[in-house]
Unconditional design. Structure first.
Length: 378
């Protein structure tokens, strides 16, 4: 339960990051289709050398181009989204391998191109298809190819050419399973790397978050302050900070227990996170003290935001855990001065916070050097 708010924060930020990312489009011409096209181009060499006739080459080229155009149309029109596997890797692989085997059956001379292109086609399917699909597909291809060799041997005689074809089949039968095995090992390594990367991102996220509230911790706030100062120096825009303290929190802890105190901290963090701007940064500075960084905001604007947050917090209902039902905030505000050390900026905000405590709590005070009027709760 202590991490519920933190998880919700991470989910929201993840959704926001995904919204800002450019949409990922399914490729409309897959590598398998390109392999079929390259295979057709290799057949042009056979045609030029006189191993296949011009008519057969034209027919094969039309079949290859037609298959590529058909899959392209499916992707273009969005029909691929209706299938369980939107990439249509298996159908494309079956069509490509079917064309290669069909050409090998029609013209024995093209078998020399069959094995390398078949292995290349399988290499792309390894990372997208299941092991069972790959095994069944490889068995089907090997059986079909063996049938072509045996049929040709029966019709032309079991001569040296038949033995050469059989040796080629044996090489393919030994190479293809090994290739699938190596490919699956690579796929397992990729999955392990993805899992490791996820764990690293998870640990990195935990290292910058406060475990109880899910807000940034003090170390990350220091990093964000450095970034804000860099932006202020580069762009010449102001930024301000607010130091926020829950009034009499130690007394609440001592009287009602730390579990009640944790409940108040989490509820306040949730409310504050929902009321600040998306560009603002909020973190737990320590104990019951929080810091808000307001980019592109001068001290007057920061005072307005701080006052709004103070009012929101005042109307939180804790009647189930607190006798007084409500909490109040004291807030100190300071605007960054060009060239100022961050420690001096925090010290000025802390001095304003101390003044708010001294003047009765439940109020907003700011660095007196920047604004000469007093702003407090009436």
């Amino acid at each position: 339960m202590l991490m519920d708010d933190a998880r919700e924060t991470l989910r929201s930020e993840s959704i926001n990051r995904r919204r800002t990312m450019p949409p990922v489009r399914m490729p409309q011409v897959s590598p398998i289709s390109l392999i079929s096209l390259l295979y057709a181009l290799s057949l042009f060499i056979f045609y030029r050398q006189g191993f296949i006739s011009g008519t057969k080459f034209v027919v094969i080229a039309l079949i290859v181009v037609g298959s590529i155009a058909g899959f392209y149309a499916m992707f273009r029109l969005g029909y691929h989204a209706r299938f369980r596997e939107p990439s249509l890797m298996l159908p494309q692989l079956v069509v490509s391998l079917g064309i290669m085997l069909g050409v090998a059956w029609m013209e024995r001379a093209t078998q020399i191109a069959l094995v390398p292109f078949m292995l290349i086609a399988f290499s792309f399917g390894i990372f997208r298809l299941t092991t069972s699909s790959l095994i069944l597909l490889s068995i089907l291809c090997l059986s079909t190819y063996l049938g072509i060799i045996l049929q040709r041997g029966q019709s032309a005689g079991f001569n040296d050419m038949f033995r050469a074809d059989l040796v080629q089949w044996c090489v393919l039968a030994l190479t293809l399973p090994g290739m699938i095995l190596v490919g699956k090992q690579i796929q397992n390594m990729r999955q392990l790397l993805r899992a490791t990367r996820y764990q690293l991102e998870h640990y990195e996220e935990k290292s910058v978050r406060d475990e109880l509230t899910g807000l940034y911790n003090r170390r990350q706030l220091q990093t964000e302050l450095e970034q804000a100062r860099l932006q202020a120096g580069t762009r010449g825009v102001p930024f301000s900070i607010c130091l926020i303290d829950i009034d009499r929190f130690k007394q609440i802890n001592d009287t009602n227990g730390h579990l009640v105190g944790d409940t108040i901290l989490k509820e306040f963090a949730r409310t504050a996170r929902n009321t600040i701007r998306d560009t603002d940064i909020l973190g737990r500075y320590g104990g019951d003290e929080f810091m808000q960084i307001l980019p592109d905001t001068d001290v007057k604007g920061a005072v307005m935001h701080a006052e709004r947050l103070r009012v929101y917090a005042h109307f939180l209902d804790f009647q189930k855990v607190l006798p007084q039902k409500h909490i109040s905030l004291s807030i100190g505000v300071a605007e960054y001065r060009p060239g100022e050390k961050l420690t001096d900026l925090i010290a000025r905000a802390d001095a304003a916070l101390y003044r708010a405590k001294q003047l009765g709590r439940n109020r907003v005070e700011w660095s007196a050097e920047q604004v000469g009027a007093e702003y407090s709760q009436q």
